[in-house]
Design a protein around this ligand. Structure first.
Ligand SMILES: Cc1cc2nc3c(=O)[nH]c(=O)nc-3n(C[C@H](O)[C@H](O)[C@H](O)COP(=O)(O)OP(=O)(O)OC[C@H]3O[C@@H](n4cnc5c(N)ncnc54)[C@H](O)[C@@H]3O)c2cc1C
Length: 356
């Protein structure tokens, strides 16, 4: 029997803890928030499962993962079909024939392709786009870029599209079919009753002990026993006290409110793609579960992107060369200085496979 200390009760840490305990190992899970489930945490408000850290839609192309997760919850048949609001004009996402028809009145895929080609040729672009703006225009033309990409992306990353690297959008979800399903994955849905129950069930094992409100970095002595292996799902730069410098992240602020109406916006996710609205998305949670909840009530969340400062939640690692290089240096440091620690999850990028 081995002993594990798992830092972070998000999906990665909880799946690891579950699998380790199922193999007879003893696991302590530490979580600095006052609840388990990490960013997939959902909470019932007005009979509606509210996604407290932004919209989360489960999707995978792997049948074994789909079968695995459904041991812990039944899933509904929700299909992610966000819409975009650009100054009150509504467009379907991802960019598809419905979007192109609304923009240009085109009917056939050939007409849509011709329109995009015409727009690409009208602006002087090199064959090698040097920034996100050029890359986006070379993929979908100027109209889609101006109305649906530019404002949203600049709000999301807090930078002008001409300063952002092209590789962020090597591919854009573009379809020449009338198909509003955002994901290509064959399996997707929302757990009936929310995500938190999945994590509760994962951690429900006599060999697992869970402590919330504990920041491991302030209690490193909890793994003083050298036989204890650590699974760390927090920020790798913070683990090393920012010794090589701070990695760059982007943060978010969520404003959640109850509205006295049955149906506020008619869709779970509406992206605001202009630059005037300071938020990127409005989520109406009841639509993830097809209108469940108390009569005459709905819960909505505005999602505001914001600069990240030490102490804020690090929602998105910044995807640029400097950050990637620094992250790699931290992984090298981890191999040398922390051989007993497995860095995993969204911020550590490890995989549970074959670790236990
Ligand atoms: C806004 C948003 C929307 C998303 N939407 C989707 C989606 O629709 N579909 C999808 O598949 N994925 C989505 N994702 C990604 C998804 O959230 C993650 O892949 C998944 O939740 C990651 O799980 P995790 O365990 O790696 O990390 P997290 O959920 O971040 O869990 C890590 C946990 O570790 C804790 N922790 C960190 N440091 C310490 C410490 N020092 N001591 C103790 N505890 C610590 C944190 O508090 C946190 O609870 C989205 C992400 C965001 C930010």
């Amino acid at each position: 029997m081995s002993k594990y200390l798992v830092v972070g009760a998000g999906l990665f840490g909880s799946v690891f803890a579950h699998e380790a305990a199922m193999r007879g190992n003893q696991v302590t899970v530490l979580e600095k928030r006052n609840h388990i489930a990490g960013n997939i945490y959902t909470k019932e408000v007005e009979g509606i499962q509210v996604h407290m850290y932004g919209a989360h839609i489960f999707h995978t192309k792997m049948k074994n993962i789909w079968d695995y997760v459904r041991q812990f919850a039944d899933f509904n048949h929700y299909v992610n079909s966000p819409i975009a609001n650009y100054h009150g004009e509504i467009y379907n996402l991802p960019f598809n024939m419905n979007t192109f028809n609304k923009l240009w009145g085109v009917i056939t895929p050939d007409e849509a392709k011709a329109k995009i080609d015409e727009q690409k040729k009208a602006v002087l672009l090199t064959d090698n786009p040097t920034n996100l703006e050029e890359q986006a225009i070379s993929l979908i033309g100027t109209d889609v870029y101006e109305k649906l990409v530019k404002g949203y992306t600049e709000k999301q990353w807090g930078q002008s599209a001409t300063e952002l690297p092209a590789f962020i959008i090597r591919r854009l979800p573009v379809r020449f079919t009338y198909d509003n399903n955002y994901f290509n994955d064959p399996y997707q849905g929302i757990p009936i009753g929310g995500y938190t129950q999945i994590v509760e069930k994962l951690l429900d094992n006599p060999l697992i002990s869970v402590k919330t409100n504990v920041d491991y970095l302030k209690h490193r002595n909890l793994a003083a026993d050298s036989n204890t292996k650590i699974i760390y799902t927090g920020m790798i730069d913070q683990f090393f006290d920012y010794k090589l410098g701070a990695l760059a992240y982007r943060s978010l602020r969520f404003e959640t409110e109850v509205k006295d109406t049955d149906n506020y916006q008619g869709n779970a996710v509406v992206n605001y793609t202009d630059s005037e609205h300071p938020f990127t998305r409005v989520i109406e949670h009841k639509h993830f579960e097809f209108g469940k909840g108390n009569k005459g009530r709905t819960v909505i969340t505005h999602e505001y992107p914001q600069a990240w400062h030490q102490g804020d939640d690090p929602y998105y690692p910044i995807n640029n060369l400097q950050n990637k290089t620094l992250y790699k240096q931290y992984t090298e440091l981890a191999k040398l200085k922390a051989p007993n620690v497995i860095f995993g999850g969204r911020l550590g990028q490890g995989s549970v496979k074959n670790l236990v």
